[in-house]
Design a protein around this ligand. Structure first.
Ligand code: ATP
Ligand code: MG
Length: 269
């Protein structure tokens, strides 16, 4: 039997980690496809039902109402396809300038109905920020994972806050996803970035959650971007994840020291 050297083992570990990341990526895309198809079907149902109503009732007010509903549904369908197309355009694995507010709004188009269904009120506090340097699709995957976790932390509904903060001196931008859900105990917080750590019994009725890979993938992605992910949480009060990314503006003098990426964990006050 040949013994594997430390180096070979390390190599195997990084290969497996890469595979894990790919798997999470596929499942995030799969979730999006599922959500989008479902959304599209809802829009189609609206169009079909109001078209039938317009045919059945010949009076002008009813027909006007039916046409207005069809128009609104058609516009929503166009918004959904635009978001999907934007996602497809983004699908390169190259680093580039990513417009976060645009990415947020494209992602929310896809999650709008799901948030409504679970009675989540989404609030925005978007400071003007420069583009960040990164891979759009990967950052969207992070955002999606955080938003779905936040939604799942509020089974009875609640508030979800998306915030962007500019730190011009440091050439960094923060993206915060804050929920007012059940929060986490300190012992749980220590484990959330570990692969396969999950407190969920399995996928919920929307088919999401339970593998314990979501946050592990977020951490990896942000690490590869040279960014930071921070979490603050208090049981019964909620959780805030902060993603810190480098802004894409040309920087006159880059700092000579490289910061180590760590997942900072602290209670939310
Ligand atoms: N916003 C949050 N509020 C409370 N607990 C959270 C929150 N986000 C994550 N957690 C906890 O961290 C665990 C790990 O999250 P992670 O996203 O990695 O896995 P998951 O959601 O269980 O499954 P999936 O891989 O399908 O996303 C969750 O099971 C949950 O216990
Ligand atoms: Mg998750």
């Amino acid at each position: 039997m040949t013994q594997l050297t430390n180096e070979q083992l390390q190599q195997q570990i990084s290969q497996l980690e890469e595979q894990l990341l790919q798997a999470q990526k596929q499942s995030a895309i799969g979730e999006l496809v599922g959500t989008t198809t479902h959304e599209f079907n809802n829009v189609l149902m609206t169009i079909l039902n109001y078209a039938k109503m317009g045919i059945r009732y010949k009076d002008e007010p009813t027909r006007d109402k039916a046409l207005a509903k069809i128009l609104a549904a058609g516009e929503r369908a166009a918004k959904i396809t635009n978001s999907v197309l934007a996602m497809a355009r983004n699908r390169s694995d190259d680093m580039g300038a990513v417009n976060l507010p645009e990415l947020i709004s494209e992602t929310m188009v896809l999650l709008e109905r799901e948030m409504q269904k679970y009675r989540i009120a989404v609030e925005y506090d978007l400071q003007e920020i420069p583009s960040v340097s990164g891979i759009g699709n990967q950052i969207q995957q992070v955002l999606l994972n955080l938003l779905i976790n936040a939604r799942q932390a509020m089974p009875e509904g609640g508030r979800l806050l998306i915030r962007t903060v500019n730190h011009p001196q440091e050439n960094m931008v923060d993206l915060v996803v804050r929920d007012f859900g059940f929060g986490m105990e300190p012992e749980q917080l220590q484990k959330i970035f570990q692969p396969y750590f999950s407190t969920k019994s399995g996928p919920d009725e929307s088919g999401k959650g339970g593998t314990g890979l979501g946050l592990h993938a977020c951490h990896k992605i942000i690490q590869q971007h040279g960014g930071k992910i921070r979490v603050e949480s208090t049981p019964g009060r909620g959780t805030a994840f902060t993603i810190r990314l480098r802004s894409a503006r040309p920087i006159a003098a880059l700092p000579t020291t490289t910061e180590t990426t760590t997942a900072q964990i602290q209670p939310l006050v």
